[in-house]
Design a protein around this ligand. Sequence first.
Ligand code: 4NP
Length: 162
Amino acid sequence: MPDAAPPMVHVLMVCLGNICRSPTAEAVLRHKLHRAGLAARVRVDSAGTGGWHVGEPPDPRSQRHAARRGYDLSMLRARRIAEEDFHLFDFVLAMDEDNLAELRRWQPAGARAALGLFADMPVPDPWAGGPEGFERVLDLAEAAADRWVARLGAQLDGLRCG
Ligand code: 4NP
């Protein structure tokens, strides 16, 4: 019999609209996981707590700022978080406290997901502001993604040895 598939970790990024912060976080984390050789072991996705932009690509400003740093957001499409996400994902990571509070309200009993903030600090919503807000999202996402790569790598090492 072939060996069982190696354990995977599932990570969902969540913001309000799923067109600015969480798709940026998704692309940055995926890029860094790829560079760390962990892309096949971690599934990354994103969703919004609001449904206004479902089916849309990320905001053109998010795409433009991210592309300048080498991240391609063009294939992503917004979706709203669903109940099953709380059962399918190990980590559901909010961009700010408001969205984290929504997640805590919606989390069904018995769900596997650990809820928390993606970054050490809230990632401010750039949607109604200027270009510096989109750069700030990228700065925070890059720093936070480095920490998540280290954490997820350690967790996967533990799963393999344990
Ligand atoms: P995001 O930004 O939560 O980072 O995707 C927003 C995008 C759209 C809206 C709010 C925030 N909106 O109200 O439509």
